[in-house]
Design a binder for this molecule. Structure first.
Ligand code: ARG
Length: 461
């Protein structure tokens, strides 16, 4: 058996680490994914040390070239991982030493793993935030394309899952467009606070070496520098913000999923999802189950849980760094992976939604969905809305008793309830007229929805 690699921090220790404790405290199994960001930051750091005369420019170039070689090995998966080396930072440095010798030891001058890991996570999350933004725009684009085909497709709008008022299906889809637009805006906003450089804070107090943090920030495309060294190494609020934005993204997709699940059930029959997003049953031959939306709905719990895990992780920590913070990685990575997966799946799923126009329209006519239009009609005859509401309600009751829809009642039957109802009522009781009456800004009239679509398309152009 080969002897375990020597600890880079082993100087003050006389006994070796317990083997189980090594495995218990190691994070390499999951933080290895940070290697590109770790090496990128290390190369800038060592070049800064060279420019500032803290090490020689030749040493800096030797280290940077060595880091490139370590990166190649990591890209190819040829570098072996060991719990004894704890994390990705130690693996990179230890391999660097094997490749270029003792000069590798100069890389960690004026730096600590505390500001190093904080920098790595920010660089990593910045990339992920950008990718999520692209993903959200992709789903929005496909929502707009589907909406474009369904401006005049009518379905019942619901409250309490009871038929409420008829609406345009495009209008319904645009509701999700708006949710996603705010999700996008939240990412843009949190990115500013995420995109600040911790490096140069060293362990917690700063460093006596004449580092140039501004140059490092500039090289790594950070917008600014964390202003306080204790804060820089010890807060993870940027990760909490991302987890929170992610939980909202998931919540929005979970609601959409829930609707797709309901709508694709034979009880509704409003849509059919493409076979690629469904599975069958091992016992019931007729089944086509909406597994993908169900999984999205299910995964929302994970992401919300990750937000809670991060908040709970941080709440009791004294300044500055504590090892507890290593536990931020798995919730962060799981959040990012889950959201990226959901964005991809929805981008592909939306164009394949087959809409059953007739079923939607038929349902829109059920449940007296134009009763509000009848009340609004009476308001235009100068009857106060509360009274008009009561009259319309009594007419609905007549319909329920006689098993008729509102537009099947004769004028005489309506006038029995209230003589102020005239023959012009017929024109306002149809589903189409109900939808098209709602011309208020943000409403569901076809013309209003058309304009909303034009505006939404411009917004994401
Ligand atoms: N793997 C550690 C983490 O993720 C890196 C920082 C370790 N710092 C320390 N002082 N032990 O937090």
């Amino acid at each position: 058996m080969s002897s375990p690699p020597a600890k880079l921090w082993g100087g003050r220790f006389s006994q070796s680490t317990d083997a189980f404790v090594e495995a218990f405290s190691s994070s390499i199994a999951y933080d290895s994914r940070l290697f590109r960001h770790d090496i990128r930051a290390s190369k800038v750091h060592c070049r800064m040390l060279g420019r500032q005369g803290i090490i020689t420019p030749e040493e800096a170039e030797q280290i940077a070239a060595g880091l490139d070689r370590v990166q190649e090995e990591l890209e190819q998966g040829t570098l072996a991982f060991s719990d004894a080396l704890e994390d990705i930072h130690m693996h990179v440095e230890s391999r660097l030493r094997e490749l270029i010798g003792p000069v590798a030891g100069k890389l960690h001058t004026a730096r600590s793993r505390n500001d190093q890991v904080a920098t790595d996570i920010r660089l990593y999350l910045r990339d992920e935030v950008d990718a999520m933004g692209v993903g959200i725009r992709g789903v929005q684009t496909n929502l707009l394309a589907l909406a474009q085909q369904h401006i005049e497709t009518i379905l019942p709008g619901f409250t309490h899952l009871q038929n409420a008022q008829p609406i345009s299906f495009a209008h319904h889809l645009l509701a999700y467009f708006e949710m996603l637009d705010r999700d996008y805006a939240r990412l843009i906003d949190l990115r500013k606070r995420l995109n600040q450089l911790p490096l140069g804070s060293a362990a917690l107090a700063g460093t006596p070496f004449p580092v140039d943090r501004v140059w490092v920030a500039d090289q790594l495309d950070f917008e600014g520098i964390c202003q306080n060294s204790l804060d820089a190494v010890s807060d993870r609020d940027f990760a909490v913000e991302l987890a929170s934005a992610a939980a909202l993204i998931m919540t929005h997709f979970s609601r959409f999923s829930e609707e797709l699940i309901l709508w694709s059930s034979p009880a509704f029959g409003f849509v059919e999802l493409s076979d690629a997003f469904c599975t069958g049953s091992s016992i019931m031959p007729q089944k086509k189950n909406p597994d993908v939306p169900e999984l999205v709905r299910g995964k929302t719990g994970r992401v919300t849980g990750n937000l809670l895990a991060l908040l709970t992780l941080m709440k009791g920590l004294p300044l500055a760094y504590n090892r507890d913070m290593q536990e931020d990685k798995e919730p962060i990575f799981d959040t990012v992976d889950t959201v990226q997966g959901v964005l991809r799946v929805f981008t592909d799923l939306v164009p394949g939604i087959q809409v059953r126009r007739e079923a939607m329209l038929a349902a829109a006519g059920e449940g007296f969905t134009t009763a509000t239009d009848l009340a609004d009609y009476l308001v235009r005859k100068n009857i106060p809305f509360r009274e008009a509401h009561a009259i319309s309600g009594r007419i609905v009751r007549v319909c329920v008793e006689q098993n008729l829809t509102l537009d099947q009642l004769t004028l005489a039957q309506m006038q029995e309830v209230d003589p102020r109802i005239q023959s012009d009522v017929a024109a306002i009781l149809t589903i189409q007229s109900s939808v098209n009456a709602r011309v208020s800004l943000g409403g569901t009239a076809f013309e209003t929805v058309k304009k909303a679509l034009v505006e939404a398309t411009k917004r994401i152009a």
